[in-house]
Design a protein around this ligand. Structure first.
Ligand SMILES: *[C@@H]1O[C@H](CO)[C@@H](O)[C@H](O)[C@H]1NC(C)=O
Ligand SMILES: *[C@@H]1O[C@H](CO)[C@@H](O)[C@H](O)[C@H]1NC(C)=O
Ligand SMILES: *[C@@H]1O[C@H](CO)[C@@H](O)[C@H](O)[C@H]1NC(C)=O
Ligand SMILES: *[C@@H]1O[C@H](CO)[C@@H](O)[C@H](O)[C@H]1NC(C)=O
Ligand SMILES: *[C@@H]1O[C@H](CO)[C@@H](O)[C@H](O)[C@H]1NC(C)=O
Ligand SMILES: *[C@@H]1O[C@H](CO)[C@@H](O)[C@H](O)[C@H]1NC(C)=O
Ligand SMILES: *[C@@H]1O[C@H](CO)[C@@H](O)[C@H](O)[C@H]1NC(C)=O
Ligand SMILES: *[C@@H]1O[C@H](CO)[C@@H](O)[C@H](O)[C@H]1NC(C)=O
Length: 707
C-alpha cells in the first residue's frame, strides 16, 4: 500500500519534469509545422527553403486548412515518419480519384493517372489494394514496372447496389499491388457483351473495413480514395541527419530511410530532431521504480531516493494534492491489480528471459517484438470467433489487424508448463531470426496473457493442399508453377537444415503446412513440432509424431528423427505436385492407399506417365517430368542414408527449372533471388545454443474466403 503511494508521487514528479521539456521540432526553423490538422515534417515543407526538393513541397490552401502535395496535385491526409521499432517506412496518405471506364459514368478521370516516377515515393504494397467495381469487366492495372495485376468482379445478380463487402463475387474485386509501383493506368476489358459503368482505384486496405464503404456500389459517387505512399530520401542527397539516428535502406525499396535510434523519437531528418523518449511513462516497463535516461531507462529497486523525494514534494504540494491523490490512488490500485496479473503471466511465460535476450548486445534478435495483450485483444476484436482462421489440438489461430493496419495471424498456444519456459523462449528467438522469403515470418509474441500468443505475418492464399486438391479450383496449375513451388519449399528446407543459426528440422512437412501468398509463392509454416538441434547432434529421439502419409518409415521404426526424415516428407509433397493426388486416399484401394507406395510401384512398373497429372503431362517435357520423378523416388528411399540431402534436392530442382527456362522463358528477378538465397550459406552462430526444444505452436493458418 505505502509502496503504491510512493510510486504515484514519484510518477507525478516525473510528469512535471516531462512537461517542462521542449517538444521536438518537426519542420525547419521558421517553417509551418502544420496545415489544417496534418503535421508536415521535413523533408516535406510549406514555402521556399522549407522542403528538400519539389517532390516534398506542400501548399496549404483554403485558409491554411487543405494541404496539397504540389508536384502531383493530390490532397494530403497524413504524413508519418519512419518508425524503427514498428519497422515501418515513412508514409504519406493522399486522396486519389478513381478511374472510370466511361466518362459518362460520372468520372472524368479527374487528374488522370498518377505518376511518381523520379520521386522517392512508391505506392505501398503493404497498405494498398487495387480494387474494381462493376460487372464482368476485367480491370488491368497497367503499370510502368514489369508486373501487371488485374481482377475481375463477377456479379451474381444484376442489382449491385445490394451488395456489401468486396469479395470478388459481388461486383467488387480486390488484389495486391506489385511492390515497387510508381505509376499506373487502368485498362478495362469488357467481357460477355456486358455494357455498364465500371471504375477502378487504389485504396488503403483498411478503408474497406469502414462501415460506410458500402457507398462503393454507388457507381456515380466519384469520391477520391485514401492511398498510402511510402516515402524515403534519395541515396545521394546531402541531409544533415540527427546524431541519434540510423541511416539505411530496405532492399526492396528504391529509396533510403533514416530512423531515430531506439529510445528516441521525432524527426531524424533534422539536427536535434530525435529526442529522448520517456520510457517510464509506460508503467509496465519496470517492476520497481523507473528512472529515465537519454535513450534508455533504469529500474531502481531501492526506496531511499523515493523517500527523499516524498519529503520534498509532500511539503510543497499539501492538502489539495491529497484529494486528487486519493482519487488517483483508487484508480491506480485497480489498475495495478491488472498489471500485477499481467506481470505474473509475463514472468511465467518467460518474459524476463526474453527481455534479457533482447537487450543482450550480441543478440541480433531486435526484430522479434513483444506485443502487449491490449493491442492484440483490439486486433482480434477480443478473440472473436468470427476471426478464427484455424483450430486444432495445439491452439487456435485468429486473424487480426494491428493498430498500424498490418494484417497478422495470431496463434493462441496451448498452456505450456513452467519447466519448458526456457525452451519456449529460445524457440521464439530462433524462429524470429529466421528470415527467409519462403518461411512464414514470426513477428513477435505476447507473454502477458495466461497462454503465450505468437504473432505471424498473414498469408492470404490458403494452403498448397487446398490449391492442389480443391475440386472447385477452375484454373489448372501449370507445370512451371508446380516446379517453382517445389523449388521454393526445397530452398526453405535447405535453409532451415543448414543455413539458419541452428539446424532446424521441421518434422511436419506436408502440403497442408505450405501456405501460398498473394503471388502463390510458397511459405513453409507451422513449426508446431519443430526441433532445433545443437550442431554436434545428428538426430533427435522422440515419440513418433507426424501426419499419416508423410511420416518417414525409418523414423517410425527407430524413433530417431534426422534431416533425412524431412527429405522423405518433402518427397511426398513432390509426388503430390507431380500427380495431383492426395497423400492418402481410399479411392486408390487397389494400387495402395499411400501415395508414396503407389508412386514407387508405378515407377518400378514403368508406368510413371499414367499417374502424372494431366496438366503436367500437357506442359512438361517427358525428360523434365522423369527427372523430377526420379528425384522424388530418391527422396522416398526407405533407407534415410540413401536419400539426397536437402541441399542437393534444392540444387537439382533449380537445375531442372533452369533447363526448362533456357529453352523458353527467362528467369525473372524474383526467381533469381530465390535461387541465390540458398546458394549463400550463412555462417552458423552459436549465441543461441539450444538442445532439443519443444515449441508449442498451433495449427496452420487457413485463409478466410472474403478477404
Ligand atoms: C482533419 O480535418 C478535416 C477537415 O478539416 C476533418 O474532416 C478531419 O476529420 C480531421 N481529421 C482529424 C484526424 O482530426
Ligand atoms: C477564409 O477565412 C475568412 C475569414 O475567416 C472567410 O471570410 C473566407 O470565406 C475564408 N475563405 C475560404 C476559402 O474558406
Ligand atoms: C459510355 O456510356 C454511354 C451512356 O451509357 C454510352 O452511350 C457509350 O456508348 C459508352 N461509351 C463507351 C466507350 O462504352
Ligand atoms: C498501358 O497499356 C497500353 C497498351 O494497352 C500501353 O500502350 C501503355 O503504354 C501502358 N501504360 C503504362 C503506364 O504502362
Ligand atoms: C436495386 O436495389 C435498390 C436497393 O435495394 C433498389 O432501390 C433499386 O430499385 C433496385 N434496382 C433494380 C433495378 O432492381
Ligand atoms: C489506413 O487507414 C486506416 C483507417 O482509416 C488508418 O488508421 C491508417 O492510418 C491508414 N494507413 C496509413 C498508413 O495512413
Ligand atoms: C547508396 O550509396 C552507397 C555509396 O554511395 C552504396 O554503397 C549503396 O549501395 C547505395 N544504396 C542504395 C540502396 O542504392
Ligand atoms: C543523443 O541525444 C542526447 C540528448 O538527448 C545527447 O546528449 C547525445 O549527445 C546524443 N547522442 C549523440 C551520439 O549525438
Amino acid at each position: 500500500m505505502s509502496d503504491s503511494v510512493l510510486q504515484i508521487l514519484f510518477l507525478l514528479v516525473s510528469l512535471l519534469a516531462q512537461a517542462s521539456r521542449a517538444a521536438p521540432k518537426l519542420a525547419r526553423p521558421n517553417c509551418a509545422e502544420r496545415c489544417g490538422n496534418v503535421s508536415i515534417p521535413f523533408p516535406f515543407g510549406i514555402g521556399a527553403a522549407c522542403f528538400q526538393d519539389d517532390w516534398y513541397e506542400i501548399v496549404c490552401q483554403q485558409n491554411n486548412t487543405l494541404p496539397i502535395l504540389n508536384k502531383i496535385r493530390l490532397r494530403v491526409l497524413d504524413i508519418s515518419l519512419p518508425d524503427y521499432s514498428a519497422s515501418t517506412n515513412g508514409m504519406i496518405s493522399v486522396s486519389v480519384p478513381a478511374i472510370y471506364s466511361n466518362s459518362s459514368c460520372g468520372g472524368d478521370r479527374v487528374g488522370g493517372p498518377v505518376s511518381l516516377e523520379g520521386s522517392q515515393f512508391v505506392f505501398s504494397q503493404t497498405w494498398n489494394v487495387f480494387a474494381s467495381v462493376g460487372c464482368n469487366t476485367l480491370a488491368i492495372l497497367n503499370s510502368t514496372g514489369s508486373e501487371v495485376v488485374s481482377c475481375r468482379p463477377k456479379c451474381a445478380g444484376t442489382n449491385i447496389s445490394q451488395f456489401s463487402a468486396c469479395s470478388g463475387r459481388n461486383g467488387c474485386c480486390q488484389t495486391s499491388l506489385p511492390f515497387d509501383l510508381q505509376g499506373f493506368n487502368v485498362d478495362f476489358k469488357e467481357e460477355g457483351g456486358h455494357q455498364g459503368c465500371q471504375y477502378a482505384f487504389l485504396a488503403n486496405r483498411s478503408w474497406f473495413l469502414r462501415s460506410d464503404s458500402i457507398d462503393l456500389y454507388d457507381l456515380r459517387l466519384n469520391n477520391p480514395f485514401p492511398v498510402v505512399l511510402e516515402w524515403g530520401i534519395a541515396n545521394n542527397t546531402n541531409y544533415a541527419l540527427d546524431l541519434n539516428s540510423t541511416y539505411g535502406g530496405d532492399i526492396e525499396m528504391p529509396f533510403m530511410q533514416c530512423y531515430c535510434d531506439r529510445g528516441y523519437g521525432g524527426n531524424p531528418y533534422l539536427i536535434g530532431g530525435c529526442q529522448d523518449i520517456n520510457e517510464c511513462e509506460d508503467l509496465r516497463i519496470c517492476p520497481g521504480t523507473c528512472v529515465n535516461k537519454p535513450g534508455d531507462y533504469d529500474c531502481v529497486q531501492g526506496r531511499k531516493t523515493v523517500k527523499f523525494i516524498l519529503i520534498g514534494v509532500g511539503a510543497g504540494l499539501g492538502a489539495l494534492l491529497l484529494c486528487l491523490f486519493l482519487w488517483r490512488l483508487y484508480k491506480y490500485i485497480k489498475k495495478r491489480k491488472q498489471i500485477n496479473l499481467k506481470e505474473k503471466h509475463f514472468k511465467r511465460n518467460g518474459g524476463l528471459l526474453l527481455q534479457r535476450e533482447l537487450s543482450s548486445p550480441e543478440g541480433n534478435v531486435e526484430k522479434s517484438k513483444l506485443f502487449n495483450s491490449k493491442d492484440l485483444g483490439k486486433a482480434t476484436d477480443n478473440f472473436n470467433e468470427d476471426r478464427i482462421l484455424g483450430q486444432g489440438g495445439q491452439g487456435t489461430v485468429y486473424k487480426g489487424m494491428l493498430t498500424d493496419g498490418k494484417i497478422v495471424a495470431i496463434k493462441k498456444s496451448k498452456v505450456i508448463d513452467e519447466g519448458k519456459v526456457e525452451q519456449f523462449i529460445n524457440e521464439v528467438l530462433i524462429l524470429s531470426q529466421i528470415n527467409h522469403r519462403n518461411v512464414v515470418k514470426l513477428l513477435g509474441c505476447c507473454l502477458e496473457t495466461e497462454v503465450p500468443l505468437l504473432v505471424y505475418e498473414f498469408i492470404p492464399n490458403g494452403t498448397l493442399y487446398q490449391y492442389l486438391h480443391d475440386p472447385n479450383e477452375e484454373v489448372p496449375i501449370s507445370w512451371d508453377t508446380r516446379l517453382r513451388i517445389a523449388m521454393e519449399i526445397a530452398g526453405a528446407l535447405f535453409y532451415l537444415h543448414s543455413a539458419a543459426s541452428i539446424p532446424i528440422y521441421h518434422r511436419d512437412i506436408k502440403s497442408n503446412n505450405i501456405l501460398l501468398d498473394e503471388k502463390y509463392r510458397a511459405k513453409v509454416a507451422d513449426f508446431g513440432t519443430s526441433k532445433s538441434v545443437s550442431l554436434d547432434q545428428t538426430h533427435v529421439t522422440t515419440v513418433v509424431q507426424g501426419t499419416a502419409g508423410y511420416v518417414d518409415p525409418e523414423y517410425f521404426q527407430s524413433s530417431q528423427y534426422t534431416d533425412k526424415s524431412d527429405v522423405y516428407s518433402f518427397g511426398v509433397v513432390l509426388v503430390e505436385l507431380l500427380t495431383g493426388q492426395k497423400p492418402i486416399s481410399s479411392v486408390r484401394e487397389r494400387e495402395g492407399k499411400s501415395l508414396a507406395t503407389y508412386f514407387i510401384n508405378s515407377m518400378e512398373e514403368n508406368c510413371l506417365f499414367d499417374i502424372v497429372d494431366a496438366q503436367v503431362l500437357k506442359e512438361g517435357k517427358k525428360e523434365e517430368i522423369a527427372s523430377v520423378a526420379n528425384l522424388a523416388k530418391r527422396c522416398l528411399n526407405l533407407n534415410g542414408r540413401n536419400r539426397p540431402p536437402m541441399k542437393e534436392v534444392a540444387m537439382e530442382l533449380e537445375g531442372i527449372r533452369k533447363l526448362q527456362h533456357a529453352s523458353g522463358v527467362q528467369l525473372n528477378q524474383e526467381d533469381r533471388e530465390a535461387t541465390q538465397s540458398y546458394a549463400a550459406v550463412l555462417k552458423p552462430s552459436t549465441s543461441l545454443h539450444a538442445d532439443v526444444i519443444a515449441f508449442s505452436d498451433a495449427q496452420p493458418f487457413l485463409p478466410i474466403a472474403t478477404w
